[in-house]
Ligand binder design. Structure first.
Ligand code: OOG
Ligand code: NI
Length: 467
């Protein structure tokens, strides 16, 4: 039997190849990456306690490789096959995001690794949206969009073959994995040639710019790759000096001593040249146009919240958004930020309070003192007593997922507006899962299991059962 490369290793190859491709395609991405690297280095040297905590959590080693991408798909078939492609790399659908809350005609999931070891190896995620064609009210136009999508093949034949081989054999060998990554990359590459004439592009674009972005091109070009920063305020401040124009407000919670969930900001989408095919269908003799789809984003990750913590987060965010809203040109962003910070004073900002009030998930690890005590045969039998004795410590579990309101804000900003929108939800998780061909995992259950595993391991290492 030839040796298989692990899904973690394939994911790392793929993530690196995507990053390299995007750096070539969108030079500002390279600029943003080096800014984030500089800020992260400065933050780690200024905050040794943060460095130690990240080291304990296994997040330090993965940091320079850590990023997420985003794609938008057109059909159920594309989504179901994409799930199989990502599965080869150990990435599985987690969570359901309903973007109709902001009037955006997509719903989404995140493909990402799930278990602790895989997340430590490389947490590469892809936020994957499925276009809702029912957003096109005009039946004739909807039919046309469906027909256009049904004609395209977003995966190369070799990619499909390698997915099947991986499924049949339970993995890919190193040479197969190299081929697989090269073939998979083709799906996410930018194609400047539209597949429809300008008139069709414009009709679809008038329904929604996202509809045109999904329907009129050969495949789901990766539309951003987002590095993780340890200080998003610093990156946001320093962007203009590097020639990058950030969106008006940072999405998500305010700046805090104990960062919560996810804060994100982006730079506006580029206006890129595209070519519409000529009447005879020949792409060469085509007509020049422009399209905006691809942008840059950065994020800072904080604690994963329990359902109780998340409900509090959602309530406080809704309160701030109701009190002050940001206009299309970013007007009112100062008031919004002040209001947001005020609202979040109601969210406890120490790890102790967050833990005792069960607002966030924690990872428990034995301390040196705990290990020494266990070696002497002195140990308590429950985790609270071990914490009190200083034999077990706890750190927040990092949030590995996304936030629907933030995602909507990122979509909006890249459609050319900073305006916040709070439309009514009308999500359909069932329809999404039917298209995907499998249920999406429940993010809360994953964090809860990770917490329980760490508590059990800590008890086993230094608790009374250790001897
Ligand atoms: C996805 C936007 C959402 C995030 O990080 O929340 C997103 C898209 O524009 O396709 O990437
Ligand atoms: Ni993103």
């Amino acid at each position: 039997m030839p040796e298989m490369l692990s899904p973690d290793a394939i994911r790392t190859l793929f993530s690196a190849a995507m990053s390299e491709m995007y750096r070539q395609e969108v030079p500002q991405y390279g600029t943003l990456m080096s800014l984030v690297e500089d800020v992260n280095r400065a933050t780690l040297s200024a905050e040794p306690e943060l460095a130690r905590r990240l080291e304990r959590a296994g997040e330090l080693a993965r940091l320079s490789d850590e990023r997420h991408g985003a794609i938008r798909l057109g059909t159920a078939q594309e989504l179901a096959t994409m799930a199989r492609l990502f599965a080869v790399m150990g990435m599985h659908p987690v969570g359901y995001y309903d973007l109709s809350v902001a009037g955006i005609p997509v719903h989404s999931t995140a493909f990402r690794p799930i278990d602790d070891a895989a997340l430590r190896a490389n947490p590469f995620r892809v936020f994957t949206s499925l276009l809702r064609l029912d957003a096109i009210e005009d039946e004739a136009l909807r039919g046309e969009a469906e027909a256009i999508l049904s004609r395209r093949a977003i995966f190369t034949p070799q990619a499909l073959e390698l997915i099947e081989r991986g499924e049949a054999k339970g993995g890919l060998t190193a040479p197969e994995a190299t081929q697989f990554v090269a073939q998979a990359l083709e799906t996410f590459r930018w194609h400047a040639h539209a597949t429809v004439d300008r008139a069709t592009y414009e009709r679809l674009s008038r329904v929604h710019r996202l509809v045109a972005d999904v329907v009129c091109f050969k495949g789901p070009h990766i539309n951003h790759l987002t590095p993780r920063t340890l200080d998003i305020e610093a990156v946001q401040r320093q962007m203009p000096a590097r020639g990058i124009d950030p969106k008006a407000v940072i999405e998500g919670p305010p700046e805090r001593a104990c960062p919560l969930l996810l804060r994100q900001t982006s730079f506006k989408a580029l206006e890129e040249p595209v070519v519409f095919p000529a009447d005879d269908g020949s792409p060469q003799a085509g007509e020049a146009g422009t399209h905006t789809a691809r942008f840059g984003e950065i994020e800072q990750r904080g604690a994963a919240l329990t359902p109780k913590g998340r409900a509090l987060y959602d309530a406080l965010l809704a309160k701030a958004r109701a009190a002050a809203s940001v206009g299309a040109g970013g007007e009112g962003s100062q008031d919004y930020e002040t209001g947001l910070a005020d609202a979040f004073t109601a969210f406890p900002d120490t790890v102790d309070a967050m833990r005792t009030q069960a607002l966030a998930y924690f990872r428990y690890t034995p301390t040196e003192a705990g290990l020494a005590a266990a070696g002497r045969g002195e140990a308590a039998s429950d985790i609270e007593a071990l914490i009190d004795a200083g034999h077990v410590r706890f750190d927040p579990i990092v949030y590995e997922d996304f936030l629907p309101v933030s995602a909507a804000g990122i979509f909006q900003s890249n459609l050319g507006t900073d305006a916040q929108s709070n439309a009514d939800a009308s999500g359909s998780r069932t329809a999404f899962e039917a298209a995907l061909g499998q249920p999406v995992a429940d993010e809360f259950a994953l964090y809860e299991e990770a917490e329980a595993r760490s508590a059990a391991a800590a008890l086993e290492a230094v608790g009374a059962s250790a001897f």
